[in-house]
Design a protein around this ligand. Sequence first.
Ligand SMILES: [Zn+2]
Ligand SMILES: [Zn+2]
Length: 159
Amino acid sequence: MSAAGEQRALLEELASRGIRLTKQRRAVIEVIEESKQHLDAASLLALARKREPSLNRATVYRTIELLKGLRLVDELDLMHLDGEKHYYEVRSPHDRVHLACFRCGRVEEFTSSLFERLKAEITTLIGFEIRVVRLEVGGHCQTCAGSGASEPAEKPKPQ
Ligand SMILES: [Zn+2]
Ligand SMILES: [Zn+2]
């Protein structure tokens, strides 16, 4: 999931670092960047293949590793609402807290200056240089809270 206008386009960022991209990698990056949802590797492959049919699974994983290594993309579990999948999203200047609903599978994003202050405090107080931070919260969204519905037996797909 990406937030428009918050950061330099990934392709531009990679070009500025002198990283050469094949059209297959380019397709993966465009899909991550344009997605309105959190995508796992399989959905990423399926969507990027529509643009570049020659794309294979290995290239998707290698591209994700490249982007993670450069800290351009974050990896999420989303509270394992849908098994052991990992989801990818473009990093933004402010880390997002992910709120996952156990009932309907909705995933909401939340940013807070308090979270930014907490990171700053960790670095200031104990000198720990943070490279990655991930805060995922599981519970019941506003719609599901108090609805009394039990957790569905069949787990819903996260957004
Ligand atoms: Zn997100
Ligand atoms: Zn819900």
